[in-house]
Structures are given as structure tokens and as C-alpha cells.
Design a protein around this ligand. Structure first.
Ligand SMILES: NC(=O)c1ccc[n+]([C@@H]2O[C@H](COP(=O)([O-])OP(=O)(O)OC[C@H]3O[C@@H](n4cnc5c(N)ncnc54)[C@H](O)[C@@H]3O)[C@@H](O)[C@H]2O)c1
Length: 251
């Protein structure tokens, strides 16, 4: 018996990095996974590798029409949604003085507006679940506000506070929906490879306990997402979960 057996899941930005690891793990633990990504070809390729009931959807999280189309497809196929992982993201490397208005608005569109639209239009479908979970992927940037990732930090801060508002709203409305945020530090994905100037060059992450400052593996985050997606975490809502190997306890 899988830990999310029979659940219906949607993962945005599901074709790469953290989203890909989430899709693989949720599917392995019994969920039907909709892999949504602006890169539809990569989502198709992953769905083919996962097999079973995994399905790919081409989906731009900044587009309200795309959200309505995606939720319409899931509703027709299953009549409900149990797990929403708002994971899609981009990184823009620019400090507060160098960030252009266009860069700022793009970061907010993908990571703040995208999460807003996903929650707003997803609540009616999630409310049809017996026990639903929204997992919004923020970052340690929401706590520390990294200067070289200014717009990214702003957007991730919005995800952190917005998620608490949605969690309270769901409880007040009596919806069976929990909402939590996950805050990873640096994890080895194409985003981090690009930000560190080594695009396409993946570094191996060793097994076992890692030293302070180490980069984590996508599976480290997916394990937290799986727990929050499953009914094991039924008493958790409005919470924020650091997946940072202790980064936040170092002054
Ligand atoms: N890797 C890290 O160190 C790290 C740390 C903290 C938080 N995060 C967050 O985790 C999430 C995933 O990041 P990743 O490192 O796996 O990056 P990634 O670049 O490997 O994957 C991001 C995915 O999002 C998709 N995407 C981008 N814009 C989109 C849009 N408008 N609509 C739909 N899909 C879109 C991309 O096509 C890609 O498949 C992001 O929200 C990121 O901010 C990552």
C-alpha cells in the first residue's frame, strides 16, 4: 500500500528538478500524477518514463486560461483533486538596484501570481476531496531575502504569507484542505546549475548525512512533499517547513 494510494495529484513545473522528483515519488507511492509544465515536451517524456496513470499537461502558471483548462481536464477525468504542488519557478540573478521592472514582474508572475491562480481556481476541485493538501514551494529566500536574488526572494516571501491566508480561509470555510509551504536551501537541479554558471553539469550528491553548506538532492525535498501530501500530516496546516540541512541555524 502506497502512502498516497488512489490520490489525484497535480504538480506544476513537474518536468524538471524538484517537480520531477515529486512526480516520481508521488507516482511510486500510488498517486495518479498530472505533470504540468510550460515545457510540454519534457512533461510528456517524464510521463512516458513514469508510465501507469501519469499524464502530461502543457501549462503556463501565469495564464488564468491555462489553469481553468487544466482543472477542467482533471475534473472531467476524476471529479476531484487531492494534492496540488505549486512548484513551478524561475530564478533571476539580480540585486535590488540591477533588477529591471520587467524582471521583477516576471518573477512575481510565475511564482506569486502562479500560486495565487492555482489556489484560487483549485479550491473548488480540492474541496471535493476527502482530504486534500496544497504544498507551495517557497525557499529559504523567503526567510533571508538573498540580495543577488532580489525578485526571487520577494516572490517567495509572497508564497509564504499567501499560503497562510489560504490555510486560514480553508479552515474558516470548512474545506478539507490543508496548505503548507516548503522552504528548500540549495538543491542540485537545472535551476541551481544555471544560477551557478554550470548549466547541464550535474554534480553527484553523496548519500548519508551531509556537511553544513552542502547542496541537497531533489529527493530530499520530495520526501517532505510526500509527507505533506499524505494523510500522515493531517494535523499540519499553515506551516512552513525548512528543508535546508540546518542552514537557518547558522548565524
Ligand atoms: N533548486 C533549488 O535549490 C531550490 C531551492 C529553493 C526553492 N526552489 C524552488 O523549487 C521550484 C523548482 O525549482 P527547480 O530547482 O526544480 O528548477 P528547474 O528549473 O529544474 O524546474 C523548474 C520547472 O518549472 C517550469 N516552469 C518555469 N516557468 C513556468 C511557468 N510559467 N509555468 C509552468 N512551468 C514553468 C520549467 O519548465 C521547469 O520544468 C521553484 O519554485 C524554485 O524556486 C528551488
Amino acid at each position: 500500500m502506497g502512502r498516497v494510494d488512489g490520490k489525484i495529484a497535480l504538480v506544476t513545473g513537474g518536468a524538471s528538478g524538484l517537480g520531477k522528483a515529486d512526480c516520481e515519488l508521488l507516482a511510486a507511492e500510488g498517486a495518479t500524477v498530472f505533470i504540468a509544465d510550460i515545457n510540454g515536451a519534457a512533461a510528456e517524456a517524464l510521463a512516458g518514463r513514469i508510465g501507469g496513470s501519469a499524464r502530461a499537461l502543457t501549462h503556463d502558471v501565469t495564464s488564468e486560461a491555462d489553469w481553468l483548462r487544466v482543472y477542467g481536464e482533471i475534473e472531467r477525468a476524476h471529479g476531484r483533486l487531492d494534492i496540488l504542488v505549486n512548484n513551478a519557478g524561475i530564478v533571476i540573478v539580480a540585486n535590488p538596484e540591477d533588477t529591471t521592472l520587467e524582471q521583477f514582474q516576471r518573477a512575481m508572475a510565475v511564482m506569486a501570481t502562479g500560486v495565487f491562480l492555482g489556489c484560487k481556481h483549485g479550491l473548488p476541485l480540492l474541496a471535493k476531496s476527502r482530504a486534500a493538501s496544497i504544498i507551495n514551494i517557497s525557499s529559504t529566500a523567503s526567510h533571508f531575502g538573498y540580495a543577488p536574488f532580489f525578485a526571487y526572494s520577494a516572490a517567495k516571501g509572497a508564497v509564504r504569507s499567501m499560503s497562510k491566508s489560504v490555510a486560514i480561509h480553508c479552515q474558516e470555510q470548512g474545506y478539507p484542505i490543508r496548505v503548507n509551504t516548503v522552504h528548500p536551501s540549495a538543491i542540485e537541479t537545472p535551476m541551481v546549475q544555471a544560477a551557478e554558471g554550470r548549466a547541464g553539469q550535474e554534480q553527484a550528491i553523496p548519500d548519508g548525512v551531509l556537511p553544513a553548506g552542502a547542496t541537497g538532492s531533489p529527493r530530499d525535498v520530495a520526501n517532505m512533499v510526500l509527507f505533506l501530501a499524505s494523510d500522515e500530516s493531517r494535523f499540519l496546516t499553515g506551516g512552513e517547513y525548512l528543508v535546508d540541512n540546518g542552514l537557518s541555524i547558522h548565524p
